[in-house]
Design a protein around this ligand. Structure first.
Ligand code: C5P
Length: 223
């Protein structure tokens, strides 16, 4: 039987990774956080002062970046050239620069290639912005997640706060989300758009359990 890829796309901070992790755990699938890859590349560019407007530098840098996922109880952990960077890639310096880096054609090309390799023979749940449209356009099951922007900002703010991040305000988080939504939906290279065959999941008023139940119901015919 052929492997199954479940694609989950949607706006920033609307619970894609929470649902993707829960679904992967329930199904015994591998969870792949594609956003973490763009974030880790962004961190590398920041650390090494790579100018995104310099295509030659970008191409060269990508050859020096090795990303690996380490799944620990379905929490996605990512290493950048062997360094554990899972926490650092969630902080504001990366969040503020990731949309610009991820809009780069050469960066996307390389990440998509790596992502397609991961879904070639394994059962996976992958979340991101272009999974159902570009990475796995033939995935049999696609979700497109959305939620009220204010709710999304509050959720992300609480998450940052719980991790001891007290420097950012709710307004900063809201602005960053709005900026990333705009950048992600209007960029030239595979912009965030709902695949025609993606199932819309607006979770503004849904609990995590309700979202999981909804997703399981949609997946079961494919198992
Ligand atoms: O999912 P997350 O919010 O961590 O992703 C960070 C950023 O990475 C997004 O705002 C988007 O610019 C980029 N991204 C992307 N394509 C993906 C996943 C993430 O362009 N498949």
């Amino acid at each position: 039987k052929k492997n199954l890829v479940v694609a989950i796309d949607g706006y920033s901070s609307c619970g894609k990774s929470t649902l993707a992790k829960a679904l992967a755990k329930k199904l015994g699938f591998i969870y792949v956080d594609s956003g973490a890859m763009y974030r880790a590349v962004t961190l590398y560019f920041l650390r090494n002062k790579i100018d995104v407007n310099d295509d030659a530098k970008v191409t060269d840098a990508l050859q020096h970046i090795e990303l690996n996922f380490h799944s620990r109880d379905y929490e996605s952990h990512i290493t950048l050239n062997g360094d554990e960077v899972s926490d650092e890639i969630r902080l504001m310096p990366v969040s503020e620069n990731v949309s610009e880096v991820s809009a780069h054609k050469i960066v996307r090309h390389e990440m998509v290639k790596q992502q397609q390799r991961m879904g070639k023979s394994k059962n996976i749940v992958m979340d991101g912005r272009d999974i159902g449209t570009t990475v796995f356009p033939n995935a049999p099951l696609k979700f497109f997640m959305t939620a009220d922007p204010k709710i999304r900002a509050e959720r992300r703010f609480k998450e940052l706060e719980s991790k001891g991040n007290n420097e950012v305000s709710l307004e900063d988080v809201f602005e960053n989300l709005a900026h990333r939504d705009f950048a992600d939906t209007t960029r030239k290279e595979s912009p965030l758009v709902r695949a025609e065959d993606a199932i819309i999941l607006d979770n503004t008023n849904l609990t995590q359990d309700e979202q999981l139940a909804f997703a399981i119901e949609k997946v079961s015919p494919f198992l």
